[in-house]
Design a protein around this ligand. Structure first.
Ligand SMILES: [Cu+2]
Length: 489
């Protein structure tokens, strides 16, 4: 058995959540002729010893999500086997707007018992899928969407998917209602925290980093019951078996609804090689943040035999989750679900070091044809979040025309960082707080509290596209707008 084959068979055993690549298997070619079946369903998982009924998105092999081979089309039939309507967004992919999985009037949700069809050429990288219907995302209607490239195959690394979630036993509608009940002037810090905790509300404050202003930023709107890595808590983590000296490609997906994490590789060194599916110049790191909806690909070469936990710690808290990588025969001991020190607020410490491998305009920087300024405002009490002063569905769409180079200046005037996501386009980060950079190409960027950020993209995908904060509760409270091309509606 060659090393390559043994890696591939290891891979099959190691992917707890991500769909397994059946690369090289005869089934693959047969599959291309017909759509891959993806099922929106309900399932029961165990969280802290209690059964929890959650949603799921199950691929043709019975695992969560999809993994596509190099060059394979995203030809998918999505069967809705839940009791209500759903619609699933292929986060970061660039399909025709009517296949994006957003509930526009022209693209209504899939009724219970019905199916939707999708067919487009996906871009390679680490992506994910999640419901854009109501608050189904919080109830785990989320899954990995991995599109492998020929280079991935040639690199022959063991693929490990690490998908993060926040979890509450309470229905998300109840959590949102609790937040919306906050009255003006009810400062979160001064509230009876035990009562708030009973309502599932977090709303903690932390001093602004690198600011002598004494201002406090807001974190963690919701007081969650658990944090999951590949659907499991750290009391009972997924154990990924790897060879001694194994070479891994860790695909981290923050699929949480309102929680941002610090990834800590424990004793390992990693190289960040892609964010949001888009390659970057490698950055060596052992600890880095991953904002809501973002993905980070990290190459890790194991130094030898042993047990290697990969921690994901919640910003502002000691709570953590993660997975454990272990070589054959290595003992796996129980790890504490709470770190000794709370993690700081998630920041731009990684973002500042990122540089796209394929920037938008590598040789002749082109000035934007149009600049849209998008102000981000809001507060925890009253719980209201706006873009350009308006709450979705109110507000004027941002207009762009095909062929334009578009800049969006995000101006955050609130005390909370917002992970802003644009559908249907990949943008490049070109300025942080007015300092120019040739940053990462992404689909989701964290705009820091009281910070500014410029992203630029080429308007090449006509349609109606959502632009919103990926904190689910902020989006539900109105932090969403539309990017619209002429002639669509
Ligand atoms: Cu937000």
């Amino acid at each position: 058995m060659t090393m390559g084959i043994s890696r591939r068979s290891l891979l099959t055993g190691a992917l707890g959540l991500g769909a397994v690549a059946s690369v090289g298997l005869p089934a693959r070619s047969a599959r291309a002729a017909s759509a891959l079946k993806l099922t929106a369903t309900t399932r029961v998982i165990e969280v802290k010893g209690r059964a929890a009924r959650v949603f799921g998105l199950t691929g043709p092999d019975g695992r969560s999500g999809l993994m596509l081979a190099p060059g394979e089309r995203f030809a998918v039939s999505l069967a809705n086997q839940t009791r209500g309507p759903t619609i699933v967004h292929w986060h970061g992919q660039l399909p025709h707007w009517t296949e994006d999985g957003f509930p526009w009037p022209e693209t209504p949700p899939i009724a219970a018992g019905a199916a939707g069809a999708y067919d487009f050429a996906p871009i390679p990288g680490t992506f994910w899928m999640h419901s854009h219907q109501d608050m189904q995302e919080q109830a785990l209607m989320t899954a990995p969407l991995i599109v492998r490239s020929a280079a991935d195959l040639a690199d022959d690394r063991q693929e490990v998917v690490l998908m993060l979630h926040d979890f509450s036993f309470r229905p998300p509608e109840e959590l949102l209602a609790g937040l919306l009940k906050a009255k003006p002037g009810q400062a979160m810090a001064g509230m009876d925290m035990s009562a708030m905790s009973g309502m599932g509300m977090g709303g903690m404050k932390m001093p602004m980093p690198a600011s002598g202003s004494g201002m406090a930023m807001d974190l963690n709107d919701i007081d969650y019951d658990a944090f999951l890595a590949n659907d499991r808590t750290f009391d009972d983590p997924e154990v990924v078996r790897a060879e001694r000296g194994g070479r891994l490609r860790l695909r981290i997906i923050n699929g949480a609804s309102a929680t941002q994490f610090w990834i800590d590789l424990g004793g390992l060194q990693g190289q960040v090689v892609a964010v949001d599916g888009h390659p970057v110049l490698p950055v060596a790191t052992a600890r880095f943040p991953v904002a809501l909806a973002q993905r980070v690909d990290v190459l890790i070469d194991l130094p030898g035999p042993g047990t290697f936990p990969v921690f994901a710690q919640v910003e502002g808290l000691g709570a953590r989750t993660g997975i454990v990588v272990a070589t054959p025969g290595a003992a796996v001991n129980r790890l504490a679900g709470v770190a000794t020190e709370p993690a700081p607020a998630v920041d731009l410490s990684l973002e500042r070091h990122l540089s796209a491998l394929a920037p938008l305009a590598p040789l002749a920087p082109r000035r934007p044809d149009i600049v849209h300024t998008v102000t981000l405002d809001g507060s925890m009490s009253p719980y209201a979040w706006t873009m350009n002063g308006e709450s979705w569905p109110k507000g004027a769409p941002l207009k762009v025309e095909k062929g334009q180079r578009v800049a969006i200046d995000f101006v955050n005037r609130s005390m909370m960082a917002h992970p802003m996501h644009l559908h249907g386009h990949a943008f490049q980060v070109v300025a942080l707080d007015d300092a120019p950079m040739s940053g990462a190409v992404r689909d989701t960027v964290l705009v820091p509290a009281m910070g500014r950020m410029r992203v630029v993209f080429d308007a090449d995908n006509p349609g109606r596209w959502a632009l919103h904060c990926h904190n689910l509760y902020h989006m539900m409270a109105g932090m969403m707008t539309e990017l619209r091309y002429p002639g669509i509606v």
